[in-house]
Ligand binder design. Structure first.
Ligand SMILES: Cc1ncc(COP(=O)(O)O)c(C=O)c1O
Length: 370
């Protein structure tokens, strides 16, 4: 297990650091007695125009100044969706793609986002600029829109308007050794990834209980920190917070990149990960053959001439050394995984791949095509 990943002490250290540094942009309707008082203070917040009937206020706060009201349906029922977004090289990485996915998730849940993309982005940038990041930090935005304050009971119709918050903080990524050596994955065999008729995996919702249960099962009795989730039919779906790829190297692959097959499960079984899409694009650019497969079995992930890696905003491109105790390839990060990791690292440094955190409204408009 990567050092420092599971202890309560390290979690506490992280929390203390987040508490010191992070800032949150928070926006919610005003309901006297429920909306945090700091949001009602004209010195700390401002009214914002809204299409709903109930006045709404927003502002930027430290984390010990504000919280989610206890009657928010995110806190009560996980009725919310979110995005996790990296800031790298002074740019919000793939912000446009994250906003698109956020809008799609919210639309599927029928949660109204109380801003247009331009004004939300301007609030995000203002919040980012208030955080004093240090060079060692991995700046990160957790953007959440929830059903908001409502009556006890799940009925969305009894909610008065969405809550939106953007936590601008840092994220602890895997340590460097993990990328150099790869990490082992467990497999959850009982708890399965539901399909779209239960909870469409393409909705990036705040309801992660299924994934938490899978993680507990798949990592039980080991020091693993991630595991494979299967769909109802037993095919590989994804990991609990990451997408999965397997690389099959067919004879002659060293000379002919099209003999490298880069496979990932069908998007019907997994989150439409933004890192996943970026890797599929980069793999095609490198001449590899890419496939979205609905029938990958856990056994397909192990053995010779294979590589496995997982992708995610937090994990980036993480090589996998074994699955359920069975070695992948020679147990070390393979050539293709390393090539893709280095291509995506280069991509992150390209100015076109994100929005400068100092962008003015004209630049934001231009970036968003608004
Ligand atoms: C279940 C799940 N799959 C995949 C991913 C990776 O998605 P992305 O690359 O957009 O971060 C995440 C990230 O949160 C996730 O929660």
């Amino acid at each position: 297990m990567p050092a420092g990943y599971s202890t309560v002490e390290s979690a506490l250290d992280t929390l203390l650091e987040v508490g010191r540094k992070a800032r949150a942009f928070v926006s919610m309707p005003v309901v006297e007695g429920l909306t945090p008082r700091v949001l009602l203070d004209p010195a700390r917040s401002s009214a914002c125009t809204t299409s709903g009937d109930i006045p709404r206020r927003h502002g930027i706060f430290q984390l010990d100044e504000i919280g989610l009201p206890l009657l928010d349906h995110d806190a009560l029922y996980g009725d919310a969706c979110f995005e996790g977004i990296l800031i790298k090289h002074g740019r919000v990485f793939l912000l446009r793609e994250h906003l698109d996915r956020m809008w799609r998730s919210a639309l599927e849940l029928s949660i109204a986002i109380p801003y247009d993309r331009l004004s939300l982005t301007l609030h995000l940038l203002e919040t980012i600029r208030q955080v004093a990041f240090e060079p060692k930090d991995n700046p990160y935005i957790r953007l959440v829109v929830s059903r908001g304050l409502g009556d006890l009971g799940i009925n969305p119709k009894k909610c008065v308007g969405s809550t939106l918050f953007a936590l601008v903080s840092t994220i602890r990524l895997y340590p460097r050794e993990a990328y150099e050596n790869g990490i082992p994955l467990g497999v959850a065999r009982t708890i399965r990834r539901p399909g779209a008729t239960v909870l469409d995996p393409r909705i990036k919702s705040n309801n992660y209980l299924n994934n938490v249960l899978a993680l507990q099962e798949g990592c039980d009795g080991s020091s693993n920190v991630e595991c494979v989730m299967l769909n109802q039919e037993g095919f590989v779906a994804e990991a609990t917070v990451d997408n999965i790829f397997v690389v099959l190297k067919e004879e002659g692959w060293q000379k002919d990149p099209s003999r490298v097959r880069v496979l990932t499960p069908s998007p019907f079984y997994c989150l439409n990960g933004i890192t996943r899409l970026t890797i599929l694009r980069l793999a095609r650019e490198l001449g590899y053959t890419t496939e979205e497969s609905p029938t990958l079995l856990p056994l397909d992930l192990v053995g010779q001439n294979r590589e496995v890696f997982m992708t995610g905003t937090g994990a980036f491109v993480m090589p996998i050394s074994s699955v359920a105790g069975h070695r992948v390839g020679n147990g070390k990060p393979g050539e293709i995984t390393r090539a893709l990791l280095s291509r995506i690292t280069e991509t992150m440094a390209e100015p076109g791949c994100g929005l400068d955190i100092h962008a003015d409204s004209e630049m934001v408009r231009c970036y968003l095509g608004a």
